[in-house]
Design a protein around this ligand. Structure first.
Ligand code: HEC
Length: 307
């Protein structure tokens, strides 16, 4: 029996080390630096005494990724990355609330974009509720209104851009300040505007045409169903916001964005070209497991993170 337990222990240890790489720090000074780095990067705090005295702090990464300090820090990081400014009220930061909810409950990361949820005010408190009609946080009322934009016919170009930015990391500088430009749909067909509004995989007007339209009456905003019909987007035929979001989260650009977010969170910068193999392993892990933690763990447990 004792033999069996010993064998089991060996099997378990090697299973654990296959998941979280060993080969990190051995000398005490390096281990200490590594503990400080992981503590600050993952939780925003100095390392605990236990982490500080660990022979290989990288073996603690999986536990750190479950901690509330990490979850809070990462949900805030996503919120500031996905929005240019913080919301006026907490409910406007639907990104933060749903990201937190998914991390706490160990849900797939793609649920942030397509999961059955609604971020709503209930008795003055922001709550994430299950909602079969939900589409990540994108159908939550406060978010819909925040990014509805001001296009004259209610075309939600601002929403289209925000969705593309959040899912793929696309960055464009809106040229709406162009003096004397014709801002209508016809004007947006012009040479200088077309490149962003009608051409390319991110053609904002074509993406917006599968979204609902904004109708404003006084201070009240409502949304009407899209009328443009199916569009060819991302190599798929897309007619609704749900089909759009599904095409986006199933694209290679989405996986790429996830691992780039992992690097940005852990390093405060994009991946370097010499980190290509590590980046690829991050993508493989994310595709296999589907959680943001899986992507982060690959980068944070790599020996290079604690060199
Ligand atoms: C470099 C890409 C780019 C070019 C070129 C460009 N736009 Fe845009 N446009 C954007 C983006 C991005 C947004 C969404 C901005 C946001 O988040 O509100 C946008 C939004 C708009 C909106 C909606 C604004 C709102 O409040 O909802 C109008 C109207 C518009 N653009 C007109 C034009 C016109 C007219 C031109 C040509 C003179 C032009 N754009 C050229 C990227 C571009």
């Amino acid at each position: 029996m004792r033999g069996l337990i010993a064998v089991l222990a060996v099997v378990l240890t090697s299973a654990a080390s296959a998941q979280t790489q060993v080969g990190g720090p051995v000398d005490p000074q390096r281990a200490e630096r590594c503990a400080v780095r992981l503590g600050i990067a993952l939780t925003g705090k100095s390392p605990s005494a236990a982490l500080l005295s660990a022979a290989n702090p990288q073996l603690e990464v999986d536990a750190l990724l479950e901690s509330d300090a990490f979850i809070e820090r990462f949900a805030r990081f996503i919120n500031t990355t996905f929005n240019d400014t913080p919301g006026t009220n907490s409910i406007d930061d639907a990104t933060y609330h749903l990201a937190r909810h998914l991390l706490v409950n160990g849900k797939p990361w793609k649920d942030l974009f397509i999961g059955p949820y609604d971020v709503a005010l209930v008795n003055g408190q922001v709550q994430v509720r299950d909602d079969v009609n939900g589409l990540g946080f994108y159908r939550s009322k406060a978010w819909l209104e925040r990014y509805a934009g001001n296009e004259e016919d209610g075309v939600k170009l601002a929403t289209a851009y925000r969705i593309l930015n959040n899912t793929t990391g696309l960055k464009l500088n809106a040229a709406v300040q162009t003096p004397g430009a014709d801002f209508s749909a016809t004007g947006r067909q012009n040479g200088a505007c077309r490149g962003c509004h009608f051409d390319g995989w991110f053609a904002l007007d074509r993406v917006a045409s599968v979204l609902t339209k904004k109708v404003q009456t006084g201070d009240t905003i409502t949304f009407t169903a899209p009328t443009a019909g199916p569009q060819q987007l991302l190599g798929k035929t897309v007619s609704t916001d749900r089909e759009l979001m599904n095409a986006l989260v199933n694209s290679a650009a989405f996986d790429f964005r996830v691992c780039r977010l992992a690097f940005q969170f852990l390093y405060g910068r994009n991946e370097l070209s010499c980190e290509g193999p590590l980046f690829d392993r991050c993508i493989d892990a994310f595709r296999a497991e589907g959680t943001m933690q899986a992507a982060l763990a690959i980068v944070a447990t790599d020996p290079s993170y604690c060199q």
